[in-house]
Design a protein around this ligand. Structure first.
Ligand SMILES: [Mg+2]
Length: 107
């Protein structure tokens, strides 16, 4: 992750968005990813996952740019967040039956 963040920093060095622009660019890329998922899963306009793959990469690149704009070490932030997630996942696993029932109600 750190290597990717450095690569994005180097690549965008001269054209980096201002912080708010980086956030908007990330939102734009998430929208593009959602569109590709809809086209595959709902509208069945595409059979493969190539476009989803490309847009997922764009989302990550935009996220790394945003992290750079705020001088955030995303590897460290991820490591820290994953630790806080562990006990929550255990709690959710205990609720698996309830969540499955809710999921079926929503479909
Ligand atoms: Mg894109």
């Amino acid at each position: 992750m750190q290597e990717a963040q450095t690569k994005v920093k180097e690549l965008m060095q001269r054209i980096q968005h201002p912080r708010i622009g980086a956030m908007l660019a990330l939102s734009e890329e998430v929208g593009e990813l959602a569109k590709e998922v809809l086209e595959k899963e709902i509208y069945e306009e595409t059979k493969d996952k190539k476009n989803i793959e490309g847009e997922a990469a764009d989302v990550l690149i935009s996220l790394l740019e945003l992290a750079n704009a705020y001088d955030i070490d995303l590897s460290e932030a991820l490591k820290s967040r994953l630790e806080t997630l562990k006990p929550r996942v255990k709690k959710w696993e205990k609720m698996a039956g309830i969540l499955e029932k809710k999921r079926r109600q929503m479909d």
